[in-house]
Design a protein around this ligand. Structure first.
Ligand code: FES
Ligand code: FES
Length: 152
């Protein structure tokens, strides 16, 4: 089946079997590997991308469904060779260890800051709650979101 997706501001044509997930298409067909496969069941947040500004599980969204939305991956957060404020803040706060969860956290944080530029600690915690981290960087991630909010 042929599909046309808007990904990171560019229209991309795909020829994939019906039922292909957005995560599979991003990684295997479009070479965008920031979104990661964790659980494949909507329970870990590793595969999050933005769909019309909302953080969604790309492991559960089909390419067909994705075609109705503007998709943004972590690769699309930076612009003009400059990291987005939330990306810089994660680096400055060392808010990662193995990094497996980091893309998903960045997407959740980006969605939050777009909707609420000055979030409370509780709002940040709630926004990052779907993103499981086995390395325990949640407190640093919360600090990073606060740092980015201050810079914005
Ligand atoms: S891989 Fe999608 S939520 Fe875990
Ligand atoms: S930094 Fe390793 S899973 Fe979060």
């Amino acid at each position: 089946m042929r599909y046309r997706l808007e990904v990171n501001g560019t229209l991309r044509d795909l020829d994939v079997p019906r039922g292909t997930t957005l995560l599979e298409a991003l990684r295997d067909d479009l070479g965008l590997v920031a979104a990661r496969y964790g659980c494949g069941r909507g329970q870990c947040g590793a595969c999050f991308v933005l769909a019309d500004g909302r953080a969604v599980t790309s492991c559960l969204m089909s390419v067909e469904q994705a075609a109705a939305h503007r998709i943004v991956t972590v690769e699309g957060l930076a612009s003009g060779g400059e990291l987005a404020a939330i990306q810089s803040a994660f680096v400055e706060e060392d808010a990662m260890q193995c990094g497996y969860c980091t893309s998903g956290m960045l997407i959740s944080a980006a969605a939050l800051l777009a909707e609420q530029p000055s979030p409370t600690d509780d709002e940040i915690r709630d926004a990052l709650a779907p993103n499981l981290c086995r390395c325990g960087v949640q407190l640093r991630a919360i600090r990073a979101v606060k740092r980015a909010a201050e810079q914005l």
